[in-house]
Design a binder for this molecule. Structure first.
Ligand code: FAD
Ligand code: 2HG
Ligand code: ZN
Length: 481
């Protein structure tokens, strides 16, 4: 029977839940049919917009009974195509955008309970308004949702101090594929009571259930901050600088980002009014920040002393400290807009990789040489969260390959060469962006047979009918292979 025909799944959904929850408006569907990078465009059966956990529960129970595939979607900012329905017109996209309440704010316990549809920036703001700090921070924070952040186990620019999204979670409320609600929304730091189920859903990209709420850790608000834009000649110098800063500033180091000159050029080209904070050019820069919860801490002096010592030994070649909050924001604007500048420059190949810190510089050096020799169709824009060993080893099309599509035509071969090299060096082919649909084959290639077997067993245990985000993370149906 066709999805839209009499007694069809769509008609049954509308009859059961009403057209205020089951949306079929073509304009709204067009927006959810495609992922952020436009890698995949599908065709949703409809868009479900529930208002409560109880409604999500009824929806999933219903979809499970009818074997309707469900594709959860948060802010749709993720990079691996995890949010796009397939082309069959039979999958229901489920958005929790109406579930955006802060259920509880508990500054004494340093915790808050939020619904999954909260925009990340709103979660940060609520914490700040309560005099606390929620440290997850990334370029898409104005549109991504906390449910999406947890489902991708997002990283961002504060991981070096506070950890990944996973490290910020005390408990979850999850609707399972069959509609049952699993609630571990406790706000405890210590709770060793059997298997820690919450961690299975974090990073599962909607393949095991729908996260409807989370209990999150809060931290003392930073009251002193110092931010520097530093010129270094090589990535090796950047890695050594990180070690030096850790020696002198300890765990005050909250961000440590590597930026190549080419990225500054791209931002300046595509976002008028921006420019490098340092006059003299340098092949590489570091944007680093130290913060403290103590007010009036002389962090500027501390960072300046550390950087002066590094200048003295030749580890760095120049540096400037942000003299005001406005200047600090300008430094960060440059960093946060590299993805946008890259996008405006044309299609690119993205490799979100991580390596042990002691091998990171060696990887950049050997892979840059390889690219230079073997991939004349592109140029490297390699930047990232070096404090966490995470590089965005991206390749943009050189001007003469835009028209021919020569770089994009070689993407599989290039990806294989880069990921193989990363794997050989003990790294990961997906540091913070997940698997989605885009990296399912990569997971099959690099995970061990035992890891894959256990993942399939977990998928089967939580979602025996395979309705949750089919074809993402693992091949569709591979739960039963
Ligand atoms: P979506 O893209 O909507 O969904 C992501 C996955 O989670 C999908 O598989 C979806 O099915 C699933 N999902 C969504 N909501 C739920 C739910 N409630 N329950 C179960 N499953 C769900 N990522 C980083 O890690 N670090 C960065 O620094 C970073 N910077 C970025 C900068 C820019 C400019 C952009 C555009 C993206 C960036 N990202 C970054 C990627 C992206 O923002 C993150 O992956 C983010 O966590 C995705 O959140 P989202 O709400 O958009 O999720
Ligand atoms: C970032 O760190 C994001 O800015 C996006 O993770 C990286 O666009 C990218 O490749
Ligand atoms: Zn990143």
């Amino acid at each position: 029977m066709m999805p839209g025909g009499a007694g069809s799944p769509l008609q049954q959904l509308i009859a059961q839940f009403g057209s205020s929850i089951i949306v079929t408006d073509p304009a709204q569907l067009a927006a959810v049919n495609v992922d952020h990078r436009k890698l995949y465009e599908g065709k949703a059966l409809a868009l479900a917009l529930p208002r409560s956990t109880a409604e999500v529960s009824k929806l999933l129970a219903f979809c499970n009974a009818l074997r309707i595939g469900v594709v959860p979607q948060g802010g749709n900012t993720s990079y691996c195509g995890g949010t796009a329905p397939d082309a069959s017109g039979t999958q229901l996209v489920l958005s929790l955008r109406r579930m955006n309440a802060i259920r509880e704010m508990n500054p004494v316990n340093d915790s808050m309970i939020v619904e999954a549809g909260c925009i990340l920036a709103d979660v940060q703001r609520a914490a700040t308004d309560a005099g606390r700090f929620f440290p997850l921070s990334l370029g898409a924070e104005g549109s991504c949702q906390i449910g999406g952040n947890l489902s991708t186990n997002a990283g961002g620019v504060n991981v070096v101090r506070y950890g990944m999204a996973r490290d910020l979670v005390l408990g979850l409320e999850v609707v399972l594929a069959d509609g049952r609600v699993l609630s571990t929304l406790k706000t405890l730091r210590k709770d060793n009571t059997g298997y820690d189920l919450r961690h299975l859903f974090i990073g599962a990209e909607g393949t095991l259930g729908v996260i409807t709420a989370a209990s999150l850790k809060l931290f003392p608000a930073p009251r002193s901050v110092a931010t520097a834009f530093v010129a270094v000649q090589t990535p090796a110098a950047a890695v050594s600088l990180l070690a030096e800063l850790r020696k002198s500033c300890g765990d005050l180091v909250s961000s440590f980002e590597l930026i190549p000159n080419i990225a500054i050029d791209l931002v300046a080209k595509h976002l008028p009014g921006t420019r490098s904070p340092l006059e003299a050019g340098s092949p590489w820069y570091v944007l680093c920040e130290i913060t403290s919860a103590m007010s009036n801490e002389p962090l500027g002096e501390r960072l300046e002393t550390a950087l002066a010592a590094a200048l003295e030994t030749g580890l760095i070649t120049d540096a400037t400290l942000a003299q005001s909050e406005r200047e600090r924001q300008e430094f960060w604007f440059l960093r946060e807009h590299i993805p946008e500048a890259q996008r405006r420059d044309g299609s690119s190949l993205k490799h979100d990789i991580s390596l042990p810190l002691d091998r990171l510089a060696e990887f950049i050096a050997s892979s840059s040489d390889w690219l230079h020799d073997q991939v004349p169709e592109g140029f490297l824009v390699c930047y990232g969260h070096v404090g966490d060993g995470n590089l965005h080893f991206n390749i943009n099309q050189s001007s003469n390959s835009v028209a021919t599509g020569a770089l994009l035509a070689r993407q599989n071969e290039i990806r294989r060469a880069i990921h193989d090299r990363v794997h050989e060096m003990g790294g990961s082919f997906s540091a913070e962006h997940g698997i989605g649909r885009h990296k399912v084959e990569e997971l099959e290639r690099y995970a061990s047979p035992l890891e894959l077997e256990l993942m399939r067993n977990i998928k089967r245990a939580f979602d025996p009918n395979g309705i949750m985000n089919p074809g993402k993370v693992l091949h569709s149906g591979s739960a039963s292979r």
